[in-house]
Design a protein around this ligand. Structure first.
Ligand SMILES: Nc1ncnc2c1ncn2[C@@H]1O[C@H](COP(=O)(O)OP(=O)(O)OP(=O)(O)O)[C@@H](O)[C@H]1O
Ligand SMILES: [Mg+2]
Length: 262
């Protein structure tokens, strides 16, 4: 089985999880790949960036909440956008613990739904955007995924977040998802010119070694093209393909998914 389902996770907020999902989807689409984005964050940021219909827009929208509460299935929850597909979040995903009542089946709920929907056959890549918390939603993603990509910023709190996430990954490996991999850590909004960024980069290298993974060589620089294309709802590869951030995500895609060509 080739790796194709990635949880984009870090319980630290604002480290670039959603932006990374969005840019990986746009960049892989540009390479002719079929991509599904799954938004598991009650904030629904990814759904909004993709212009998907959520229950904040239309109360009858079918979202990941309906899917996880067995009121819907995967083909029905997926919305087809111009460049990729998205299964949108609901703000009510915040109450997921009251929805998943079966204590034994609960960790596997998303994994089961992905299997039932035959999604591995339908997509080249599936990215699950996790919320900034180590609760049930992130666990569902980690159990359903083949591998975890960890976006992080070069600050000390972000480093602490990564080691906490590692404990969650290790506990999933012990029971619910024995073959779970960690693709690596991607440093986002990175400024290589500051001494502190370089020092924290070194600390990330040490932490990654302990986790038996790597810090990707590609760092994502801070760039205005992100905010501009997010505000206008555009695909960064189409609207600002020459921007630093688009170029960085392009290199990251090569490094992660096509390492032989990198
Ligand atoms: N490379 C970048 N350059 C400039 N701004 C960026 C970059 N990456 C992300 N941002 C901005 O940083 C903010 C946080 O990014 P994002 O929403 O992707 O993080 P997140 O980890 O998904 O946050 P949350 O934990 O709340 O879900 C957003 O306003 C986004 O536009
Ligand atoms: Mg997010």
């Amino acid at each position: 089985m080739s790796t194709k389902i990635y949880a984009i996770a870090n319980q630290k907020g604002g480290v670039g999880k959603t932006t990374t999902c969005h840019c990986l989807a746009a960049g892989l689409h540009a390479q002719g790949k079929k991509v599904l984005l799954i938004d598991l964050d009650p904030q629904s940021n990814l759904s909004v960036l993709c212009d998907a219909v959520t229950d904040a827009v239309n109360k009858d929208a079918v979202t990941m909440l309906e899917l996880l509460s067995d009121k819907s299935t995967f083909p029905d929850v997926i919305q087809t956008m111009e460049d990729y597909d998205i299964a949108p979040a609901s703000m009510y995903l915040a109450s997921i613990d009251s929805v998943l009542t079966d204590p034994i089946g609960r960790p596997f709920k998303l994994a089961e739904k992905i299997t039932e929907g035959n999604l591995r056959k339908k997509y080249d890549y599936i990215f699950i955007d996790c919320p900034p918390a180590l609760g049930t939603l992130t666990s569902l993603a980690i159990v359903a995924a083949d591998s975890v990509i960890i976006p992080a910023q070069a600050d000390i709190l972000s480093l602490q977040g990564v080691s906490q996430l590692y404990s969650t990954i290790q506990s999933a490996r012990g029971h619910a998802n024995k073959s779970l991999k960690i693709s690596g850590i991607v440093l986002t909004r990175f400024n290589a010119r500051t001494k502190i960024s370089r020092e924290i980069h070194e600390m990330f290298l040490t932490a990654a070694k302990q986790m038996n993974t790597e810090v990707f060589k590609t760092q994502i620089r801070e760039g205005t093209a992100i905010k501009e294309t997010q505000a206008s709802g555009e695909n960064i590869f189409k609207a600002a393909g020459n921007s630093n951030v688009a170029q960085d995500y392009k290199s990251l895609i090569k490094e992660i998914f096509f390492p032989k060509e990198a």
